[in-house]
Design a binder for this molecule. Structure first.
Ligand code: TXA
Ligand code: MG
Length: 310
């Protein structure tokens, strides 16, 4: 990858936009292209485990277990950083987030660059992450030097983020490597509480608005489904519906309707794509059924939905 250049590329989670991790000019260009707050650090992507010591100063034994089990894949680990990682990448934090993606195009790009690549998700700040080439074009077209087309992202939600600098390790962002998966590999993993108003957020990204499409998102539980949907239909001209178990009425105002037969995994795979589709259809209010069942990927799904509807 040329110095100064930034490239959008597919990964198995969502699309990313990459710069050489040691290229401060290109890293600054990523922040500008996304409109990303300067205090929100980037994930550094590697294609070979030999690149890890370049970034991480200390690798706890338990983190090695997570690496063995889940890399390459949708898991990001936070370590104490080395002096080689520029402060701009980590937003001045003494730690660095590292991920080894499994997508062949992502791996080839990193190998070709010959150095780790700093890359956030390929969307304008605050918006849903891109899971298709077309989304990246809409979000960042003209703002990046190149977009590599890898079709649609397999998982469709961002990687699980785990802080390995604290004891016990702490889950900062749930994802397709689930809390149960993590706990089966290392004895205990804590879950980060939502940051309070005056406390410093555990992950800088937690305090910013996230995953929001142009339409308003309304989360409804199965219990409040009928009444809630009725109220929203009475107030909006174009309504979209995404449900897991509930039926939606026939109503000409519903221009967009997807039912997932209680398959939360499939919904998680398609969530952002449906956000983009709802926007295209001019949906003003998008009603999404919240999951009552817990566990597995539902934790990640509900995390994104809560933030998108906040
Ligand atoms: O699946 C993914 O992780 C995608 C693909 C492209 O790899 N990337 C992605 O990056 O979602 P981004 O920048 O959208 O999200 C990175 C998250 C942010 O919430 C950020 O605050 C957090 O990771 N993060 C990065 N470095 C951190 C650090 N040193 N300590 C705590 N949180 C960190
Ligand atoms: Mg992002």
């Amino acid at each position: 990858m040329k110095r100064g250049g930034i490239v959008a590329f597919p990964t198995e989670t969502v699309y990313g936009v990459a710069a050489r991790y040691d290229d401060e000019k290109a890293v600054a260009k990523i922040f500008r292209a996304k409109g990303r707050p300067e205090d929100n650090p980037l994930i550094v992507h590697i294609s070979n485990i030999r690149q890890l010591p370049l970034l991480a100063r200390e690798i706890p034994v338990a983190a090695e277990k997570l690496i063995k089990r889940f890399w390459p894949g949708p898991l990001t680990l936070i370590f104490k950083k080395t002096d080689w990682v520029p402060p701009r990448v980590t937003a001045g934090l003494p730690t660095v987030a590292v991920r080894m993606p499994s997508h062949p195009v992502a791996r080839k790009l990193i190998s070709a660059a010959g150095v780790p690549l700093a890359a956030p998700s390929a969307n304008r700040s605050g918006r849903p992450s891109s899971t298709r080439f077309e989304h990246v074009k809409k979000e960042l077209g003209g703002r990046v030097d190149m977009i590599l087309d890898g079709g649609k992202s397999r998982h469709g939600l961002e990687s699980t983020v785990v802080d390995c600098t604290v004891e016990p390790f702490r889950l900062l962002r749930p994802g397709f490597v689930t809390l149960e998966n993590l706990r089966s590999a290392v004895r205990s993993v804590a879950v980060a509480k939502k940051a309070g108003k005056d406390s410093r957020p555990r992950s800088p990204g937690m305090k910013h608005a996230h995953y929001r499409p142009a339409c308003r998102i309304h989360l409804l539980s199965p219990k409040s489904w009928r009444a809630g949907l009725g109220r929203i239909l009475s107030k909006n001209k174009k309504v979209g519906v995404i449900s897991l178990t509930q039926k939606s009425p026939r109503d000409p105002k519903i221009v967009f309707s997807h039912h997932f037969r209680n398959n939360a995994h499939r919904l998680a795979n398609k969530l952002y794509d449906l956000f983009f589709k709802a926007e295209e259809k001019g949906v003003k209010a998008l009603v999404v059924e919240s999951s009552l069942e817990k566990g597995g990927v539902r934790l990640a799904l509900m995390d994104r939905l809560r933030r998108a509807s906040a």
